[in-house]
Design a protein around this ligand. Structure first.
Ligand SMILES: [Zn+2]
Length: 413
């Protein structure tokens, strides 16, 4: 009897300790965004650019921006799809969810009926063309253990080691482990103001960092839906947290349609907390710290900030015209040549299916004589030198395994 009681007592103590442990486990800090990345100069610059746009009535305001993404998965040598080596499917699902959120797509979790909620008309697509002009999946896999010049295993050091693609043409997203518990971290955009850090700085960190551990196989929980990406991309495009720089009611996020709050909210359960002015806080905003499941709003003012950054900020505005994505006017098995007439050089853009393949270039005059002939490997965007000839018209033949085209090239002004 005494022994049984002792066992029960020990069991009760163990259970009590476990409960205490569960209660003391703090949720991870959602975001490693540092307010010092942001500045008053940035806000003055933002105001000036928004005013400029109102005056110019820029027609591009309605266009859909398509941003090429390169994902760098830094893993520990696991097989693809295991542990930190997230599968292609997981990455594609996360990118889809981001687009559902940014486009407020109906029938998805990103849809809302809030009067301030908008479709930002910004999309993110895995890159189709690598910096070398060749086809790519837009996903790089880096075995940390095989890196020679490793600066450190985790966090910023980890992704510096893993490398990047030119951030003027690609939006870099690094997935890795982050021991300090952050779900993600973003680099804030720069201005082109004199005296402010210029975009040559921090080039190797310009993008967002995502903690992979929340997306590994079998992982479920409040952060598994990928809203960390939506939130960090918001910072990358110039958004602040809904409570501004400091947690008090004196500081704003410079968006009039997100009610001012004193600090982050971390859960969707219970009654809706109040904003500083007494109205309900917008805990559904992607720039709060709420659980993934209850976030689904970008507001109009937030959209304007992000689009202003994409239209004017160095290393952001070039993303919208990047050669990392094939434009819709080039067929997969076709070429596009320009200008016409040409002078000394001819630009040639090749469709996706013929990239990396060997092709023959033959240039004839109108008498049928060959005046230039060579072979080359097709890349997405190429420039060819034209020979000096008296002819005003030349015939260009490009042929390869999946392409056979003949075009008339005009020479001169
Ligand atoms: Zn944040």
């Amino acid at each position: 009897m005494y022994k049984t009681l002792t066992c029960l007592l020990v069991l009760l103590i163990i259970l009590k300790l476990q409960t205490a442990h569960a209660q003391s486990t703090n949720p991870p800090e959602r975001c490693g965004f540092k307010p010092k990345s942001h500045s008053e100069e940035f806000e003055k610059w933002m105001q000036a650019k928004k005013q400029l746009q109102k005056h110019q009535r820029n027609t591009s305001n309605n266009s859909i921006y398509r941003i090429p993404v390169v994902v760098h998965i830094i893993h520990d040598g696991e097989d693809e799809g295991k542990g930190l080596n997230l599968s292609d499917e997981t990455i594609k699902t996360l990118i889809k969810n981001v687009n559902d959120d940014f486009r407020r797509k109906s029938g998805t979790r990103g849809h809302n009926t809030h009067p301030s909620g908008v479709d930002t008309q910004i999309e993110f697509h895995l890159a189709q063309i690598s910096p070398e002009g060749l086809p790519t999946t837009g996903i790089r896999r880096i075995d940390y253990n095989k890196l020679l010049d490793s600066l450190g295993r985790e966090g910023i050091e980890g992704y510096r080691t893993a490398g990047y693609w030119n951030p003027e043409q690609y939006f870099n997203i690094w997935f890795s482990r982050f021991s300090r518990g952050f779900l993600g971290r973003a680099e804030f955009p720069e201005t082109d103001l004199p005296g402010i850090p210029q975009p040559t700085e921090k080039i190797e960190e310009d993008g967002i960092f995502i903690n992979s551990t929340y997306f590994m196989e079998g992982e479920e929980g409040p952060y598994g839906l990928g809203r960390t990406l939506t939130h960090e991309i918001g910072h990358f495009l110039g958004l602040l947290h809904v409570w501004g720089i400091k947690s008090n009611c004196e500081n704003d996020d410079y968006c009039d349609d997100t009610p001012l709050v004193s600090g982050p909210h971390g859960s969707c359960s219970g009654s809706t907390p109040l904003a500083c002015n007494g109205e309900p806080a917008m805990i559904e905003n992607y720039m709060d710290y709420s659980d993934d499941a209850c976030m689904n709003i970008f507001t109009k003012d937030q959209m304007v900030r992000m689009r202003t950054v994409l239209e004017h900020s160095p290393r952001r505005k070039t993303l919208t015209t990047s050669p990392g994505l094939i434009r819709s006017d080039i067929g997969a098995n076709t070429v596009k040549t320009y200008p016409n007439p040409a002078l000394e050089t001819l630009n040639v853009e090749f469709g996706l299916n013929v990239l990396g393949l060997s092709h023959e270039w033959i240039l004839y005059n109108l008498q049928g004589q060959i005046i230039q002939r060579f072979t080359f490997v097709a890349k997405h965007q190429m420039v060819f030198n034209l020979p000096l000839v008296a002819s005003k018209v030349l015939i260009l033949k490009i042929q390869g395994p999946a392409l056979n085209t003949t075009q008339k090239i005009m020479i001169g002004n």
